[in-house]
Design a protein around this ligand. Structure first.
Ligand code: PMP
Length: 427
């Protein structure tokens, strides 16, 4: 049954649309952090990008179903939910970020953020960093540099994209205690670029290196880089598609962890808990400059149903202690994973904050040779034992550990105990 569905999927889809496992189970339904296959097996979902509230959230489902029965239409009509959602989203952002655009996905959000920055500055150059992913649309793909997602990312990069070193203190140019060197070097590169006449419209980065493996940015990194790009008249774009919405536990937004306020913020994934919804939030002044040079309309971005989904998600964050749970269960999980690292030499590091953790596997703790094949095999073993996970990072040697924010301690312990058992099998 599962195999037959894969065969049909492979015929219907292009080869480039991969699935995570050679033989993925056929998933039928889910509740909270659990998934259930058509074979009746229950899996723990340790890697869900889009469901902070968990699967099958009853209030969200009821709100969207009711809205679909009453009204769902082209987002140009006048209805209340879109305004209410935009107001509540803006309330969660610091001043002067108060102006909202609604779209359907993360790629659209980062793409629109770039368009807004280009139009507002009248410039065309953009600065990105290595090991980054911002989406698949033409503009968001251009600033994506992750070779795991696109092996040709750097070779095919357009000339308006300028790429800084990955601020990765574990594996980047400046390991360990030299982490603080990334920001001054990035700032120097931005000033050089401006001096050469390529004035940047924007600097775009995730506020936490999610796609690099769940690695926090060095302290003060964004403050220094944002200052450098603003000094040249450019804007700071924060990609919060993965890091935002309480994922990092203590901080609702990743930029708060860095102590900065961006000029443009891109949001998606968690915003609709799986229902398509993304947003760009900027200042009134920047949005006004976009108005003079740009046009924006999305048929379904901010539709009544997606707005209602967005509101149900914000209600759940207000009422269900998700962010506190991310901080508490995240700290517990990280502590236990760090203990595993003392016993299993394959674990080179445990990265991350809150419920965005990365367990990085290496063949040698000195050379940091990535254990990429092992990581994939470990994911397959974990799946066989009832846990859904996925490799991440440029070398695909990091276990992306990103469960729904409602995960309880027992599930977190089940994951660590199972990983312990799998690693003890010898690698
Ligand atoms: N930005 C980041 C940081 C992402 O991780 C992703 C998706 N992995 C995107 C943008 C693109 O989002 P979407 O897949 O919803 O288009």
């Amino acid at each position: 049954d599962a195999a037959a569905l894969i065969a049909r999927r492979d015929r219907a889809f292009a080869e480039v649309q991969e699935h995570y496992y050679d033989a993925p189970p056929r998933i039928e339904r889910g509740w909270r952090e659990h998934l259930v296959g058509t074979d009746g097996r229950v899996y723990l979902d340790m890697v869900n990008n889009v469901t902070p509230l968990g699967h099958g959230h009853p209030k969200l489902a009821a709100a969207v179903a009711k809205q679909l029965r009453t009204l769902n239409t082209n987002s140009r009509f006048n209805y209340g939910a879109v305004v209410e959602f935009s107001e509540r989203l803006a309330e969660l952002l610091p001043d002067p970020l108060d102006t909202v655009f609604l779209v359907n996905s993360g790629s659209e959000a980062t793409d629109l953020a770039l368009r807004v920055a280009l139009a507002a500055t009248g410039r065309r150059d953009v600065v990105s960093i290595l090991e980054a992913y911002h989406g698949w649309t033409y503009g968001s793909d251009a600033v994506s540099t992750s070779i795991a997602d696109n092996p040709n990312a750097l070779a095919t990069r357009p000339d308006w994209v300028h790429v800084l070193d990955a601020p990765n203190p574990f594996r980047g140019l400046h390991r360990g205690t030299d982490a603080a060197r990334y920001a001054p070097e990035a700032a120097r590169r931005i000033r050089e670029l401006a001096a050469s006449g390529r004035l940047p419209a924007a600097f775009i980065a995730e506020t936490f290196s999610g796609n690099a493996g769940g690695i926090p940015l060095p302290d003060g990194y964004l403050a220094e880089v944002y200052a450098a790009v603003r000094e040249t008249g450019g804007l700071a774009i924060a990609d919060e598609v993965q890091a935002g919405y309480g994922r990092l536990g203590e901080w609702f937004w990743g930029f708060e962890q860095q102590g900065v306020v961006p000029d443009i913020v891109a949001v998606a994934k968690a915003a609709g808990n799986g229902y398509p919804l993304g947003a760009v939030i900027t200042t009134r002044q920047i949005a006004a400059r976009f108005r003079t040079q740009g046009y924006f309309f999305s048929s379904t971005g901010g539709s009544p149903a997606s707005s209602v989904a967005g509101l149900a998600v914000l209600d759940a964050f207000r009422d269900e202690g998700l962010q506190r749970n991310a901080a508490e269960v995240g700290a517990h999980l990280k502590g236990r994973l760090q203990e595993l690292a003392t016993r299993h030499p394959l674990i080179g590091a445990v990265h991350g904050l809150g419920l965005y953790l990365g367990v990085e596997f290496v063949r040698d703790r000195e050379t940091l040779e990535p254990a990429s094949e092992e990581t994939r095999a470990i994911c397959d073993r974990l799946l066989a034992l009832g846990i859904v996970m996925q490799p991440t990072g440029d070398h695909q040697n990091v276990l992306k550990t990103k469960p729904p924010l409602c995960i309880d301690r027992a599930s977190a312990d089940f994951f660590v105990d199972t990983l312990d058992r799998v690693l003890a099998e010898g690698w």
